[in-house]
Design a protein around this ligand. Structure first.
Ligand code: ATP
Length: 451
């Protein structure tokens, strides 16, 4: 087992594409680090660089204390598990697992047999050892692929979307198995996925990558509670965080956050928690509200006046444990000039489902719901609604159309409500906002104002 350090890693391909930019990442000995980000963000390239399947353009990779830039892949002592299991169809499960040890120095027949038996025991593959891959289910094949990595007793596992060929139910099951296995073996692991739910449930820490650049690396809950910027805020969490252009004012009763006809009396606490917010008094900010922090005010115990907004229910999704309401808030939707579609496409790619930015831009009907494989508490949901999209750091300033807001263009927020809510489509609803859980971002840079 060994720590892995990526020190200022850049990868530029001969055609000029820079897939990874100045990536600094330290993975502790025995840690499971997940790299997550949209398709094409450079996750696989980063993994291939660690494996030695690509050469770095700049920077140094360390496995343990050893710089490995010039070390051949087979001498890096790592095992990879890919999306395609790449099992040999003509070999049995036992032979598939033993194969990688066969030509290794110091692996006698007894040692190989012992390691295969141990891996088969851990993975509960013992009854299947004499079967060929075609006689196995997808989950069993995936376990054999894991077994092949385990028998090598490597310094590290590198896993590239190893579960994406499995159906949703099996994926959840295998995800738990991988987490358990990784903990019990204590092998340093880098796991690549585009699925934020997978990332959040698996990783001891999660590195969010966009355009080859690290956006934030933190434990899952930290990413959720304190996203460093708009990209992380809109990528992590399902349904996505609602993002609204707002202004912060100092009213009679203290600081208020204002958008459209709404005024939330946020009090001094958010200002204390977001020291940078003080500087934004009287200025525009991007307000972030997670769907789970919006509740039907009639079900809330003490819905203070300054914490309630009036909305119109546009869509009701009944998910059993919760009801998701899509509500018009009477303000223009927030969408970045240029880059919003990428964030939204990312989320689609992440199996989360979201309306495309075209809807937010008003070029598509609001009923055009994308299918979703579900994530988080809404796993298995048939549809999911619009994720409010905003620009990542460095994006063009966020823009909201001036003047009156045509209803097709009005921003929709998603509220994840108690299933007892009786609110129906077309109803005017009073929605309570959890003022203790608001997020604020700079509209120009996308950076969190947590300071
Ligand atoms: P996905 O989730 O779709 O697999 P990813 O995040 O793993 O995406 P990479 O495969 O690492 O992304 O690709 C990162 C970028 O580098 C992409 O723009 C891709 O087109 C580009 N790229 C990858 N391999 C090469 C190559 N051999 N030559 C040129 N560009 C490449």
């Amino acid at each position: 087992m060994a720590a892995i350090v990526l020190d200022g890693i850049t990868k530029q391909f001969p055609d000029g594409t820079t897939a990874v930019r100045s990536l600094d990442l330290s993975i502790a000995d025995g840690e499971l680090m997940v790299l997550v980000g949209p398709s094409g963000c450079g996750k696989t390239t980063a993994l291939r660089l660690v494996a030695g399947l690509e050469e770095v353009t700049a920077g140094t990779i360390f496995i343990g204390d050893r710089p490995v830039n010039d070390v051949e892949p087979r001498d890096r002592d790592i095992a990879m598990v890919f999306q395609s299991y790449a099992l040999y169809p003509h070999l049995t499960v036992r032979q598939n697992m033993a194969f990688s040890l066969k030509y290794r120095r110091g692996s006698g027949k007894d040692e190989i047999g012992r390691r295969v038996a141990e891996a088969a025991r851990i993975l509960e593959l013992e009854p299947l050892l004499e079967r060929k891959p075609r006689q196995l289910s997808g989950g069993q094949r995936q376990r054999v692929a894991m077994g092949r990595a385990i028998v090598r007793q490597p310094q590290a596992f590198l896993m590239d979307e190893p579960l994406s060929n499995l159906d949703a139910k099996l994926r959840v099951q295998m995800r738990a198995e991988i987490a358990r296995l990784q903990r019990s073996l204590g092998v340093t692991t880098i796991y690549v996925t585009h699925d934020q739910t997978e990332a959040m449930t698996l990783g001891s820490r999660v590195a969010v990558i966009r355009h080859g650049e690290l956006q934030q690396v933190a434990p899952p809950q930290e990413l959720y509670l304190r996203p460093a910027n708009l990209f992380v805020a809109s990528f992590i969490g399902s349904p996505a965080m609602n993002l609204i252009e707002a202004s912060v004012e100092r009213g009679d009763g203290g600081p208020q956050v204002c958008f459209g006809p709404h005024r939330l009396a946020i009090g001094e606490k958010p200002v204390r928690e977001h020291p940078a917010l003080e500087r934004y008094l009287g200025r525009k900010v991007v307000l972030g509200i997670r769907p789970e922090h919006l509740e039907d005010a009639s079900l809330a115990r003490d819905a203070a006046a300054g914490s309630v907004i009036g909305v119109t229910v546009e869509l009701r999704e009944e998910l059993g444990s919760e009801v998701d309401l899509h509500c018009a808030v009477g303000v223009a939707p927030l969408h970045p000039a240029g880059l919003g579609s990428e964030v939204d496409a990312d989320r689609d790619a992440g199996g989360l489902g979201a309306l495309s930015a075209r809807v937010l831009a008003g070029t598509e009907g609001a009923g055009a719901l994308a299918g979703t494989e579900g994530a988080g508490g809404t796993e298995g949901a048939a549809v999911s609604g619009p994720a409010q999209v905003a620009g990542p750091p460095g994006a063009a300033p966020l823009t909201a159309p001036a003047g009156p807001v045509p209803s097709a263009l009005a921003a929709t927020i998603v509220a994840r409500m108690d299933p007892r809510t009786t609110l129906q489509v077309g109803e005017q609803a009073q929605v309570q906002v959890d003022l203790a859980a608001l997020h604020f971002f700079d509209p120009e840079t996308g950076t969190s104002l947590r300071g």
